[in-house]
Design a protein around this ligand. Structure first.
Ligand code: ATP
Length: 248
């Protein structure tokens, strides 16, 4: 069974159209959603989650229709889209106090453990946290209500290489038991080389390919120039797919 199955998702903005996006995620897997700036990654995540109204498409989450079962799906879902900057003056422990009321499965002991593991002081205010600490706090919240699917929009952007590596290692750790899955968007292809099982590539609002990572990489090897040896990396695949000649 799939944890998430997105079929034919479309969203029309005046100057941009997300068209017919289809992909699915199995339990215990990490899917990377890639595409250059403005390709439609955030629009895909927001439309899927009904944060913006999609024009077409169906979303199955945990085997249920997401639209019909939004409240129950959200119990098992952790979403980190953008920051938590609107809570800038709130202490972490106060945000947790409000958040936990929404979740039937809230595990206070687990929350305390994650705060310790991530070296987060519950008495600190959001504005006192670094970018990496903010991401970790949001993940701690998601894990404390035992989310089975984490959806993260560019969680590694703005992090230094050490913090990025740490976060990617944490992602691998989280899916190891086979019970959680992660969908995260990024344009940092090296993150995906390290961490993703599956890749979905969106270009100009359209789905270019969604596949297991090695299948994905193999399917773009025709982009190699004559005489080039070795497989093209994800970065090379993306650069060559997106390359434009500027006529200046
Ligand atoms: N609320 C909106 N109204 C109109 N157009 C929008 C809106 N939100 C996004 N867009 C447009 O949709 C397109 C895709 O944006 P989106 O944020 O999904 O891209 P992205 O792949 O997440 O990019 P980035 O990597 O830069 O975050 C852009 O052209 C953007 O201007």
């Amino acid at each position: 069974m799939h944890v998430l199955s997105v079929k034919g998702l479309s969203k029309r903005y005046p100057n941009f159209t997300l068209q017919n996006i289809t992909f699915s995620i199995k339990p215990g897997r990490i899917m990377g959603l890639i595409g250059k700036n403005g390709a439609g990654k955030s629009t895909t995540l927001k439309s899927m989650l009904n944060l913006v109204h999609p024009d077409e498409g169906t979303i199955q989450m945990f085997g249920k229709d997401f639209k019909q079962n939004e409240e129950s799906c959200k119990q098992d879902l952790g979403v980190v889209l953008g920051g938590i900057d609107f809570y800038n003056h709130k202490k972490l422990k106060d945000i947790a106090k409000v958040t936990k009321r929404f979740y039937k499965n809230w595990d206070e002991a687990a929350f305390q453990k994650y705060l310790q593991t991530f070296s987060l002081d519950p008495n600190k205010k959001v504005k006192e946290l670094s970018t990496g600490m903010k991401v970790k706090f949001m993940i701690a919240i998601a894990l404390s209500h035992r989310a089975k699917l984490l959806i993260l929009d560019e969680p590694t952007s703005g992090l230094d290489p050490v913090s990025r590596d740490e976060l990617l290692a944490l992602f691998r750790q989280l899916v190891k038991g086979g019970e959680r899955s992660i969908l995260f968007s990024t344009h940092i292809t090296s993150d995906l080389e390290k961490c993703a099982d599956d890749i979905t590539y969106i270009k100009d609002g359209k789905l270019l390919k969604s596949a297991e990572k090695s299948v994905f990489i193999n399917s773009f090897q025709h982009l190699k120039e004559p005489g080039e040896t070795g497989a093209l990396s994800l970065e090379e695949i993306m650069i060559r797919t997106e390359r434009r000649a500027y006529d200046v």
